[in-house]
Design a protein around this ligand. Structure first.
Ligand code: UDP
Length: 242
């Protein structure tokens, strides 16, 4: 496989074409951003760590019958993925209240959400990725009604699989964000990544609300030891065979 031209550079990843039209190469960067890219920095080794974690978790999904864009990991920072048209929605699943949910609703940090909350945000940096309602979804039409139903049920299934997987790692899955796309045959596939950049993960061995954080909140909130935390997640994830 030869690597072609750069197709897109995002905040954390670069997409390249390959000699196969249906296959792209994703390169995971060390760059980190938060608060809609108002805060920028770099987490040493993050690219490789997130590529390793995401590859492992995509394999876990496939094994559990959830179709993904993942093909294989080709080097430390790189994975081959099926080319998809990304649906401009961020699907957030929450098991425990944190982040914007607490800020916007006043719910106390740590409130258990059972059944889990599934939310849709419009993927639009210029608008600040606004939370949207089901009625707004109908007006804006970023996905068909049938696709929205499918996104909700896939996100719920993904949550069940991920929750029990992270439980085995001694990690509580607080919340996470997913993106989906459609391939050349119109199949809906899980895309983007699942990593400490896109999940809130709490170390079950720690009770202190800052010390337990193993995800991008360490970077967002300047808690320090960001790389160590990401590395610990990777080690625990890779320990579990899938
Ligand atoms: N998230 C993400 N990308 C985004 C927004 C959110 O990966 O653009 C993830 C975030 O890491 C967390 C979950 O989605 O695991 C819920 O984020 P929230 O809405 O609480 O927003 P935040 O507190 O990050 O502003």
């Amino acid at each position: 496989m030869s690597v072609g031209q750069k197709l897109y550079e995002g905040k954390a990843k670069i997409l390249y074409s390959t000699d196969d039209l249906d296959v792209l190469l994703t390169y995971f960067k060390d760059d980190a951003t938060a608060f809609n890219a108002q805060k920028r920095g770099s987490i040493q080794g993050k690219g490789e760590i997130n590529c390793a974690i995401a590859s492992h978790l995509f394999k876990l999904m496939e094994k559990n019958g959830i179709p993904t864009h993942f093909l294989d990991r080709t080097s430390g920072n790189e994975m081959r993925v099926r080319s998809v048209k990304i649906i401009p929605l961020e699907v957030v699943v929450r098991n425990i209240a944190a982040g914007s949910l607490c800020q916007q609703t006043g719910l106390k940090l740590g409130t258990i959400l059972n059944p889990p909350l599934v939310e849709f945000y419009l993927k639009d940096d210029a608008l600040g990725d606004p939370l949207i309602t089901v009625d707004r979804l109908r007006v804006l039409d970023p996905a068909s009604a049938n696709q929205v139903d499918q996104l909700r049920s896939m996100a719920t299934r993904i949550n069940s699989v991920l929750q029990s997987f992270f439980e085995q790692c001694g990690i509580t899955l607080v919340d996470f964000k997913l993106e989906f796309g459609t391939d050349s045959q119109g199949r809906l596939l899980l895309a983007d990544e699942i990593s400490p950049d896109t999940c809130r993960l709490w170390n079950q061995a720690e009770t202190d609300p800052d010390r337990r954080v193993m995800d991008k909140d360490r970077f967002r909130r300047d808690l320090g030891n960001v790389e160590d935390a990401y590395r610990q997640v990777m080690e625990r994830v890779l320990e579990q065979t899938v």
